[in-house]
Ligand binder design. Structure first.
Ligand code: HEM
Length: 489
């Protein structure tokens, strides 16, 4: 469990790796230049970006903006069906359907693009995220491999995972030789995949539930969405809201832990993916526009056609694709480099978003981890704003941490890790990353959010009377999330 955070962080980066070659040398150079100059307020500053960056060819965000400006709308190609076999059917939790922390995957299961049970094999997940949302195969492929290795069963003849908690269906689809116990699913993957600082889901240790949509948090997100604005600019404008969420975790959660993978790379997806992959596309907005109504539908919130939050009704697990919804242009899929630039863009607004570590002794006691110390000096990048450095660090740390995370889950850890190892190798090929063999994992011991395990993932009963006590009921809640098994990981 202790290493899960690192492993998750690495996995996210891996997702980026396969698409990474699409970031050409010129773009990378421009980004590096801008990163170096970012210490100077006037260089390529966040505040100026919306108005002026597009005019500055040395600013990488201008390239992204220009790319979107070139988007063309094709209704026939981009329309996503929500009728017939793809009509919305809400989950039946009584019969064991699983829904979890990811609204994107929950909606796919509610519309039959994924099995309604919420347990799916890797290929089905990669295909569905690509065809419905325009998520590139490299990004979808990495996320699916990571989820399968850490939350599902890579040894199965049909490797995959549950998008919620453990499921009886996991025993069928995920049944493979060498797996000890039941796969956790995404809901049970705290610090591996699921992280603190989510936009609408609460920090696990604060509420005992990391997969429900919390209405107050949803309302904050709703109002943070800039209206009548193209989706790329909507993403830029979400940075203060993102920073505010980070601040809330820091100041309210004594167990706040921001891991190299789940924290730095997965958590930002919750801010990037809605404008990038839930926005509706039209002739007026060929680059997409995420209206508050579309956003509400995708997050399972019935606004009752009101703009007053008092009227909003959150239906847990009822995430839905709106009717008359058009995805990204076919030739403009959302890839690993696109996502990396999104991560870096918000981190430029608030650099704490790139600092992994956590609270050490109560709230607001954050201590960052030095990459050099953690990796015995093998990786020592001062500037994580360089996407190449970020990729090397996250992927390699995740891979190095994986054996510790997986050691108690599989009889043959090396075999279970093979899909991850292969994917990391593929993504880092030609990147010139120094070769990391192991990490000084004892450095994580000072973080309660790392050492304390949770629910079925050990340590729960050891927590005793501290603030985490009492969360068990929440965890076994409506969505069939974590089920304590007493198994120590
Ligand atoms: C294989 C593909 C995917 C996997 C394995 C995955 C997994 C996850 C996980 C583990 C989280 C929890 C992160 C956290 O705790 O902060 C999450 C959150 C989220 N995901 Fe996904 N995801 C996938 C694809 C997508 C897609 C395609 C979209 C959008 C179209 C999406 C939208 C989101 C959003 C908006 C959140 C944040 C929810 C919130 O806290 O408000 N995801 N996803």
């Amino acid at each position: 469990m202790k290493y899960q955070s690192l492993a998750l962080a690495a996995t996210t980066f891996l997702t980026c790796a396969s698409a990474f070659p699409r970031m050409d040398a010129e773009q990378l150079k421009a980004y590096n230049e801008a990163s170096k100059r970012s210490a100077e307020p006037a260089a390529c500053p966040y505040a100026k970006r919306e108005a002026e960056a597009a005019a500055d060819p040395s600013c990488p965000f201008a390239k992204i903006a220009n790319k979107f400006k070139r988007s063309t709308f094709n209704a026939e190609q981009q329309h996503i069906r929500t009728d017939g076999e793809y009509a919305f059917v809400p989950p039946n939790f009584q019969s064991g359907d699983q829904r979890g922390p990811c609204p994107g995957l929950n909606a796919l299961a509610n519309h039959g693009y994924l099995p309604h049970s919420g347990v799916a094999d890797m290929q089905t997940i990669i295909k569905a995220t690509n065809e419905v949302y325009g998520m590139s195969l490299d990004l979808g492929g990495f996320l699916a491999v990571y989820g399968t290795v850490f939350d599902g069963n890579p040894l199965s003849t049909s490797p995959g995972y549950s998008i919620g908690g453990p499921s009886k269906d996991s025993q069928n689809i995920l049944n493979g030789v060498g797996l000890l116990g039941t796969p956790s699913g995404l809901s049970g993957s705290h610090n591996k995949y699921e992280s603190d600082v989510s936009p609408t889901r609460a920090d696990l240790y604060l509420t005992g539930n990391n997969f429900h949509n919390v209405k107050d948090r949803f309302v904050d997100y709703y109002y943070a969405l800039k209206e009548n604005t193209p989706a790329p600019e909507q993403y830029t404008a979400l940075a203060p809201f993102h920073a505010q969420r980070y601040e809330e975790s820091l100041m309210s959660n004594p167990y706040f832990f921001y891991s190299p993978f789940a924290g730095i790379l997965v958590s930002p997806a919750g801010y990037s993916f809605p404008p990038r992959m839930m926005a509706n596309h039209s002739e007026e907005y060929p680059e997409g526009y995420l209206s508050r109504e579309t956003f509400s539908t995708f997050f399972g919130v019935d606004t009752h056609e009101s703009q007053n939050p008092q009227d909003f009704e959150v239906k847990q697990g009822w995430e839905r694709i709106p009717d008359n919804w058009y995805k990204r242009p076919i030739n403009d899929e959302f890839s690993i480099p696109d996502f990396l630039l999104d991560v870096l863009q918000h981190a430029e607004y608030d650099p704490r978003l790139l600092s992994f570590g956590g609270n050490t002794n109560g709230v607001n006691t954050f201590a960052g981890l030095d990459i050099g110390d953690l990796t015995g000096g093998v990786l020592n990048f001062a500037n994580l704003l360089d996407p190449n450095n970020l990729l090397c660090v996250a992927l390699q740390i995740a891979e190095a941490a994986a054996p510790d995370v997986l050691g108690s889950l599989y009889t043959d850890v090396k075999k279970a890790m093979t899909p991850l190892t292969d994917k990391v190798t593929q993504l880092l090929a030609g990147k010139g990353c120094p070769q990391l063999q192991k990490i000084n994992s004892e450095l994580f011991e000072k973080y309660p959010g790392y050492t304390e395990s949770y629910g079925s993932y050990a340590g729960f009963s050891e927590i005793g009377t501290d603030p985490v006590d009492g969360v068990l009921e929440g965890v076994t809640g409506v969505l069939g999330g974590l089920i304590p098994t007493g198994q120590k990981v």
